[in-house]
Design a protein around this ligand. Structure first.
Ligand SMILES: [Zn+2]
Length: 517
């Protein structure tokens, strides 16, 4: 993290060289684990011609870097081109080796040889020379040299070559800049099924399901049955699908699903055990917009990726199957967060340097609640206006939480700094202890709400907490109260004898409440 901040500070002062596009040719072996790579790296070079271009590449052997001086220590490749041109340049690197990580060469559960990339968070560098940081997005093209019987898929659109008079697939090209943690290829024996394409204006977006042949019928009919409808639902809510196609790929990824741009990889075990649900498909599909197209510029803002995908899982579920899906899903997310070990840490936890530990209930479940509560705070129409504006403005780029905050402030015409400070930088959640009495003579309910969470979590500002009072005969009264300090007392006039009082009755708050009369 210190290094990231340092790099950002230097970038602000000088036009440091940066990569705009990668073209990788990857030779995959039919035995053994040695790959041969050739990288054409398109980069922009500023006026400080002595600046080196630093690429992450771990554990490979660098055979040559054409027309450049280079030094390689097994982790970082430093390159200074011999020529003296500013502006756009291309660098050619030949390398080989057995990847220690990042590109997993193994067997599928049926014993067939398969190759899958699995890059998150910073494992692309084990097989690709890249500037391996979420802030450094670039276009990518993969040319795959593999045994002839294999099929392969990667980011973007297929690239065909002519050999002996016939056209055949040689690689894949992604025309939008994507983060290196999503630059992937898969190769092996796959069944490919084509689902109904998604339309975006005149553009048709192919939707494909790539599986081990034994799992094709199951995948098409169960988890991916509505693969097209899911993309259409996010398009309606947010904006156009960001890429050229969407392939859903069964794989050996160590994550349940990995949202690689336009080629999502899913763990193979749930296919084999026939227990794969649609939720993971909704989550990873939503990442195409949030995480892939709009990327967290810094890992500590991971909620901009995982919180959004976790929220859209249920939002899309609700769009397809009704609002109760969202209510149940958010309740489940709250319970998962309450039970987690990270409630004493804030979402933006700059003290956490283990990137895998950022995959926590803070960035996922609490992150989803930040969006749900923001929606309650600003209202549906401002919320969706803001979400669409945020996607439009930062698509194919990167963002930090402050960028999202500014867009939402514009969309809602509200000041929201307190909201984001409270929910992103403060740990924990409000625990509400509610006590109420009813005075039959004056027909008034008196309610006192105390915030009883630990002092280290701070006090929460909750401007509109729904209170519902119910009578025996079905009479009901609903009011909104504002909670600001440790203790708030209010009274309501009630025209019936109240039997029950509920707080946060609309389920809009990430809170644990107890109510006593
Ligand atoms: Zn995710």
């Amino acid at each position: 993290m210190v290094l990231c901040l340092l790099a950002a500070a230097v970038a602000a002062q000088s036009p440091r060289p940066h990569v705009t596009g990668y073209e990788f040719t990857i030779g995959l072996p039919d035995t053994g684990a040695i790959i041969h790579g050739r990288a054409a790296i398109h980069y922009w070079r500023g006026w400080r011609l002595q600046d080196t271009l630093q690429l992450d590449l771990v554990g490979m052997t660098v055979d040559s870097v054409r027309e450049a001086w280079f030094a390689y220590d097994g982790r970082v490749l430093r390159v200074v081109p011999n020529h003296r041109f500013m502006g756009d340049n291309t660098l050619f690197i030949d390398y080989h080796g057995a990847p220690q990580d990042g590109l997993i060469i193994g067997q599928d559960p049926h014993g067939r040889r398969v190759v899958f990339a699995d890059n998150w968070p910073e494992r692309a560098r084990y097989w690709l020379p890249v500037v391996d940081a979420p802030s450094e997005k670039a276009r990518v093209r993969f040319t795959v040299v593999a045994p002839p019987a294999w099929k392969h898929v990667a980011n973007g659109t297929p690239v065909y070559g002519v050999d002996g008079g016939s056209e055949h697939l040689i690689g894949w090209d992604e025309g939008h800049p994507i983060p290196t943690y999503t630059m992937v290829l898969a190769a092996g024996d796959f069944a490919v099924s084509v689902h109904r394409s998604v339309r975006d204006g005149k553009r048709l977006i192919p939707i494909q399901v790539w599986t081990y042949p034994e799992d094709a019928a199951y995948a098409d009919s169960v988890p991916f049955r509505r693969a097209t409808e899911i993309v259409e639902a996010v398009q309606r809510l947010v904006g156009p699908f960001p890429y050229e196609k969407l392939a859903h790929v069964e794989s050996s990824t160590k994550f349940g699903g990995m949202e690689n741009a336009s080629a999502i990889f899913y763990a193979e075990r749930p296919y084999l055990e026939r227990r794969m649900g649609e939720g993971v498909v909704r989550h990873e599909t939503a990442h195409q917009w949030f995480g892939d197209a709009v990327t967290e510029r810094d890992w500590h803002h991971l909620w901009l990726s995982e919180g959004f995908a976790s929220y859209f899982d249920w939002v899309v579920g609700a769009a397809l199957d009704g609002d109760s899906v969202l209510n149940h899903g958010m309740r489940a997310n709250a319970e998962t967060y309450f039970r987690s070990s990270v409630v004493d840490r804030p979402i933006i936890d700059t003290a956490e340097h283990d990137l895998l530990k950022l995959l926590s209930a803070n960035n996922y479940q609490k992150g989803s609640w930040v969006l749900h509560m923001l929606r309650g705070q600003v209202g549906d129409s401002a919320f969706w206006r803001g979400i669409r504006a945020y996607y439009r403005r930062y698509r194919d780029s990167t963002a930090l939480s402050g960028d999202f905050e500014r867009v939402m402030e514009q969309a809602s015409a509200q000041q929201l700094d307190w909201f984001f400070r409270q929910w992103l930088y403060q740990p924990g959640y409000p625990k509400l202890d509610c006590r109420w009495t009813y005075d039959g003579a004056s027909h008034r309910v008196a309610l006192t709400v105390s915030q009883t969470q630990p002092a280290a979590w701070g006090v929460f500002r909750l401007p509109a907490v729904a209170v519902e009072i119910r009578g025996e005969g079905g009479a009901a009264l609903r009011r909104f109260i504002a909670l600001a300090g440790r203790e708030t007392s209010v009274t309501f006039g009630v025209s019936f004898a109240p039997a029950d009082l509920r707080i946060d009755s609309d389920g809009r708050l990430l809170t644990q409440a107890s109510v006593k009369r």
